[in-house]
Design a protein around this ligand. Structure first.
Ligand code: SAM
Ligand code: SF4
Ligand code: SF4
Length: 336
């Protein structure tokens, strides 16, 4: 790396010396699923079309971040694949000098497979909270397990790396954790169990959190488990059952935070920059872009506001967290 390249890579540094090179862009706050832990049941008002970033605006904002050192961009939502102009967005972002990734509920993946391959996407994160169609229906509000399952296989058949995101829902996960790990025996899947997190309107309570250590204990009763090396800045702590083709991991946002190595920034579907998943500070990047203003200074301002951990909003001990005291958005309007 040349000195200029190194300086560029360090531009997005916050007060705690954390370099930010990973951007998550939400394409919409709408979704074809209705997962209870994500979408508040109070009448969720979707952002009107004209307030969403257009494909060209997404490209312009992403380009600025890449210029400032971002080398990884994840498209998320809501459900990113429901955007009619998803192929156009992909084709505008693909030429940027950053790895492009996607998080999806998987339902529309078959329709977009050619676009994904053309854009050079190699890894797909797919949400799947249950392997039982009737439970899947209860969690997502949609009777669509079979198609998501078929699409997971379709991705594997086309050589894509597939990560399965499973929210650890109390009363479900204890029954299914072993079934999920069982999947990794013959399939090269990477299953990630995510601890249940508090967001506006999602009825979070500390006693509903099933922790990584509780799940690991269940796993170790059946399998010989080894710890794998975690990539730098990875939010997931990786494991493997000996002899399996795939792996499993835990995202321990509630029980063992990883904020000290945070490298991520987020943009909501209406173009607000959030410096933390749980932060309340938001910078209206899209408004600035539309009024012809320079984005760099505002991005820096947002970074300087970033708190050391958890958006400065709650205690590391999740049992002490009062969800009503957290000023944030619903998960569906943040973008995961
Ligand atoms: N619709 C896509 C999907 O479901 O993958 C992308 C957006 S979704 C908001 C991104 C991720 O956030 C999903 O894996 C979802 O399961 C996870 N998620 C949503 N609400 C959550 C919560 N309260 N706690 C933990 N994970 C959550
Ligand atoms: Fe939709 Fe994903 Fe949220 Fe479920 S988790 S409601 S699929 S955005
Ligand atoms: Fe980063 Fe905020 Fe998540 Fe911590 S809680 S890892 S600071 S985004």
């Amino acid at each position: 790396m040349t000195t200029t390249e190194k300086n560029k890579a360090n531009i997005l540094t916050d007060r705690f010396g954390r370099i930010h090179d990973y951007l998550r862009i939400s394409l919409t706050d709408n979704c074809n699923f209705r997962c209870s832990y994500c979408m508040p049941d109070l009448d969720h008002e979707f952002t009107p079309h004209e307030k969403l970033m257009t494909a060209g605006e997404i490209r312009a904002i992403a380009e600025e971040f890449v210029r400032l050192g971002v080398n990884k961009i994840r498209l998320t939502g809501g459900e990113p694949l429901i955007r009619k102009d998803f192929p156009e967005i992909l084709s505008l972002l693909a030429p940027l000098n950053a790895e492009l990734l996607i998080s999806t509920n998987g339902f529309l993946l078959d329709r977009h497979l050619p676009d994904l391959l053309k854009a050079g996407i190699r890894t797909v994160n797919i949400s799947l909270d249950s392997l039982r169609p009737e439970v899947f229906f209860k969690v997502t509000g949609q009777d669509k397990f079979e198609r998501v399952w078929k699409n997971i296989h379709l991705m594997l058949d086309h050589g894509l790396r597939v990560k399965i995101n499973v929210v650890a829902i109390k009363g479900i996960i204890e029954e299914e954790v072993l079934d999920f790990i069982d999947l990794t025996r013959d399939l090269p899947l990477h299953v990630r169990f995510i601890e249940f997190m508090p967001f506006t309107g999602n009825h979070w309570a500390g006693d509903q959190v099933v922790t990584a250590s509780q799940l690991l204990e269940i796993a170790m009763e059946r399998y010989d488990v080894v710890k794998l090396l975690d990539e730098p800045h990875a939010t997931a702590r990786k494991y493997m059952a000996i002899g399996h083709k795939g792996s499993f991991a835990f995202i321990t946002t509630m029980s063992n935070q990883f904020c000290h190595e945070c490298n991520r920034l987020r943009i909501t579907a209406e173009g607000k920059l959030k410096n933390c998943l749980f932060g309340k500070d938001e910078i209206p990047l899209l408004e600035l872009l539309r009024s012809g203003r320079d984005l760099h200074a505002s991005i820096q301002e947002s970074l300087q506001l970033k708190h050391k951990e958890l958006g400065g909003q709650f205690d590391r001990d999740f049992k002490k967290v009062n969800p009503d005291a957290i000023a944030n958005r619903s998960m569906i309007s943040i973008g995961g």
